[in-house]
Design a protein around this ligand. Structure first.
Ligand SMILES: *[C@@H]1O[C@H](CO)[C@@H](O)[C@H](O)[C@H]1NC(C)=O
Ligand SMILES: *[C@@H]1O[C@H](CO)[C@@H](O)[C@H](O)[C@H]1NC(C)=O
Ligand SMILES: *[C@@H]1O[C@H](CO)[C@@H](O)[C@H](O)[C@H]1NC(C)=O
Ligand SMILES: *[C@@H]1O[C@H](CO)[C@@H](O)[C@H](O)[C@H]1NC(C)=O
Ligand SMILES: *[C@@H]1O[C@H](CO)[C@@H](O)[C@H](O)[C@H]1NC(C)=O
Ligand SMILES: *[C@@H]1O[C@H](CO)[C@@H](O)[C@H](O)[C@H]1NC(C)=O
Ligand SMILES: *[C@@H]1O[C@H](CO)[C@@H](O)[C@H](O)[C@H]1NC(C)=O
Ligand SMILES: *[C@@H]1O[C@H](CO)[C@@H](O)[C@H](O)[C@H]1NC(C)=O
Ligand SMILES: *[C@@H]1O[C@H](CO)[C@@H](O)[C@H](O)[C@H]1NC(C)=O
Ligand SMILES: [Cu+2]
Length: 592
């Protein structure tokens, strides 16, 4: 069945060659493997034995076909993060939203086009926490070969991730018991770096060899489950040119902030004294106390010069590598300003859309944590009591994935048994409170948060008519933590109109909107104790996941589904599913 579908796709692609769109074809074999880090042997799930997984390199307009062969014991889906999937929601790979997982020993072929997008995206599995080791970069180069900036001499993917000792399928479940649930170390391109060691034996570092005077396009991806990161290279500065496969108005900085789910394309010229070596550092950002504190996560790599001009005498050069001066790990201001400095390259660049008004639908979504009672209890102690269980929410509802049928299938087939249980996501918080009051952060009996802590679980969705203009204001709250929230929408890019600290105030804050050249993104960094406003056109029919990209927020329910209706014509209607779309079975990985 899978082979037949692939053959059909291949045939379709052959017909395309006249239009010069290429076929980029990969086979992803998902398999468990042992890896050793920090003196421990860990069983991990990988694609083709690689960590990070294989890169997909393509040109704008290409068709990508990936045959996923699941030889792991888990149900798997692969999500193509940021690929717009126009009229192709079936290939989005969001587990239990667009499809049931690919069962062990089964195969499924994903096919999609990379049309109208240039820059860096990535892929990752989208069932439970397995994405910590199942991910890779997607590089989309311009068809003309022309970039709206100096053409780089070389592409360098920089994937920031984490190494876990824990069985990743247990990670999501452990949120229910607030067990020790932290990563073991940070990684750059799969290497833990020389700051991590056990018994004095340092871990390998990622090493980038550069040639004097050349320009490198660093394609940064934050694939971590847990943290935003700062990234620096000692002795070098960056020009930020794109994010989430959309061009930006270039700006210079020596520090990049990248949140989970985001990509940042930055140019780096190798213009430092070539005889020395330079550390690159990825440092995890975290909210200060009274938020619970994690260990410091930091991964270090190295930039080394090669092909140094023979007339340069390196004899007297210092041998130690230069160390960059990093922001503090509790500094949440630098990331706020970094994201505030992003503007779109519109209206100059033809691939970028123009902002559209008027707004048809408005949502104000409060993001925070709450609790539900364990077992069958209808009332229970809160404030950190073991009678209640911590969950995360949007507008006071903790999202719950279905387990028998994917939401898109249920909707397509008119399955009332599932569809009738789906509730509408409230347009605003049902009971307003002082969202960013820091007194709500500590979780303790009698704490200020206790009174507004009770929440509930449900499967929520929000439906839009085709072509509606939608504005969403996300409000980060201080409810039982004060993290930022990297919010990711599937199937659509959006404009980031503004961000701010404190509680959003429509009357005054709407005046700060950038309606001229806002950045176009698929993941918005909603600042800690602040808000961000986005706008998009709901023009891609389907069921699209909208969620925080921190695992400890998405797994316990900071998510919902945006349903976009079909338009009036066949060209605006979602085609039927592939005949071999995986069926659900008892074996699938269940989410909490
Ligand atoms: C998958 O196939 C292998 C080899 O044929 C077999 O040992 C294993 O039990 C199968 N797993 C499942 C879940 O069917
Ligand atoms: C990819 O693009 C081609 C040409 O526009 C189209 O025929 C095909 O249906 C598209 N495939 C998908 C999966 O969208
Ligand atoms: C190993 O790690 C410890 C703790 O981070 C550090 O104090 C020590 O210097 C490291 N040793 C080596 C050889 O890197
Ligand atoms: C090496 O340096 C000399 C003197 O600065 C310069 O003339 C020459 O072009 C350089 N060669 C290369 C390969 O960069
Ligand atoms: C841009 O970055 C600079 C330097 O960090 C900062 O002072 C400025 O406020 C930022 N701009 C915005 C709009 O956030
Ligand atoms: C909830 O109550 C039902 C019926 O009384 C019982 O069968 C079930 O085991 C209870 N569940 C839990 C988690 O206590
Ligand atoms: C919300 O909380 C902040 C911080 O405690 C406080 O400064 C502010 O006055 C509060 N706002 C309202 C409307 O109560
Ligand atoms: C949240 O929902 C719960 C359960 O439905 C309700 O008891 C509580 O009052 C709500 N709280 C807020 C702040 O909306
Ligand atoms: C979509 O909406 C815009 C603005 O309201 C309108 O100009 C356009 O004609 C609509 N397009 C379709 C296909 O309905
Ligand atoms: Cu979040």
């Amino acid at each position: 069945m899978a082979a037949a579908a692939a053959a059909a796709l291949l045939a379709a692609v052959v017909a395309l060659t006249a239009a010069e769109a290429a076929l980029v074809e990969h086979t992803f074999v998902v398999r468990q493997m042992h890896m050793q880090h920090l003196c421990k042997d860990t069983l991990v799930t990988l694609v083709n034995g690689q960590f990070p997984g294989p890169a997909i390199e393509a040109t704008e307009g290409d068709t990508v076909v990936v045959h996923v062969v699941n030889e792991s014991p888990y149900g798997i889906t692969i999500h193509w993060h940021g690929v717009k999937q126009r009229l192709n929601c079936w290939a989005d790979g969001a587990g239990m939203v667009t499809q049931c997982p690919i069962q062990p020993n089964a195969t499924f072929s994903y096919g999609f086009n990379l049309t109208g997008q240039e820059g860096t995206l990535w892929w990752h599995s989208h069932v439970s926490s397995l994405r910590a080791t199942l991910h890779g970069v997607i590089i989309i180069r311009p068809k003309s070969g022309n970039y709206p900036f100096r053409k780089p001499d070389m592409d360098v993917p920089i994937i920031i991730g984490e190494w876990w000792h824990k069985d990743l399928t247990e990670v999501d479940k452990a949120y229910l018991n607030s067990n020790d649930n932290d990563p073991a170390a940070a990684t750059i391109n799969g290497k833990l770096g020389d700051l991590s060691n056990c018994s004095g034996k340092a871990e390998d570092s990622y090493v980038l060899e550069v040639e004097p005077g050349k320009t490198y396009l660093l394609r940064l991806v934050n694939a971590a489950l847990y943290s935003e990161y700062y990234f620096k290279v000692a002795g070098h500065s960056f020009t930020v040119v794109a994010s989430d496969a959309n061009y930006l108005r270039p700006f210079s900085t020596d520090v990049v902030a990248v949140a989970p789910g985001e990509t940042m394309d930055v140019l780096m010229v190798a213009d430092a004294p070539p005889c020395r070596k330079y550390h690159m550092v990825a440092l995890a950002i975290e909210a200060p106390e009274p938020d619970p504190q994690l260990p410091l996560y930091i991964s270090r790599g190295l930039v080394r010069y090669k092909n140094i001009n023979a007339s340069v005498d390196c004899a007297g050069a210092e041998r130690g590598a230069v160390i960059p001066d990093m922001p503090d790990n509790h500094d949440t201001t630098t990331t706020f300003h970094f994201h505030g400095n992003l503007t779109g390259a519109a209206p100059e660049h033809p691939l970028l859309p123009q902002v559209r008004g008027p707004v048809d639908e408005r949502l104000y979504i409060a993001l925070g944590q709450g609790s539900v009672c364990r077992g069958n209890m209808t009332s229970c102690k809160r404030g950190g009591s073991s009678e209640s269980m911590l969950v995360a929410y949007m507008n006071n509802v903790s999202f719950h994935l279905p387990d028998k049928l994917a939401l898109l299938e249920a909707r397509y087939r008119g399955d009332a048994s599932l569809s009738s249980t789906v509730e509408e996501l409230p347009s605003r918080p049902p009971r307003p409170f002082n969202y960013t009051d820091p007194a709500l952060i500590p979780v303790a009996p009698g704490g200020k948060e206790e009174a507004i802590e009770p929440t509930r679980k449900a499967t929520t969705a929000r439906r839009f008519r085709y072509n509606a203009t939608v504005e969403v204001v996300f409000q980060s709250t201080a409810m039982m933590q004060s993290d930022s929230n990297p919010m990711h929408l599937h199937g659509h890019d959006f404009f980031v109109l503004a961000q701010g600290h404190g509680n959003y105030d429509a009357a005054s804050d709407a005046r700060s909107y950038n309606l001229v050249d806002p950045p176009v993104k698929n993941t918005v960094h909603v600042p800690r104790l602040g808000w961000a406003a986005i706008r998009f056109v709901a023009d891609n029919p389907g069921s699209w996941f909208l969620h925080c990209h921190f695992e400890y927020h998405i797994a316990p329910g900071m998510a919902t589904v945006l349903v976009v209706d079909n338009g009036p014509t066949p060209e605006t209607t979602l085609p039927p599913p592939p005949t071999d779309l995986p069926k659900c079975s008892k074996l699938q990985e269940q989410r909490v």
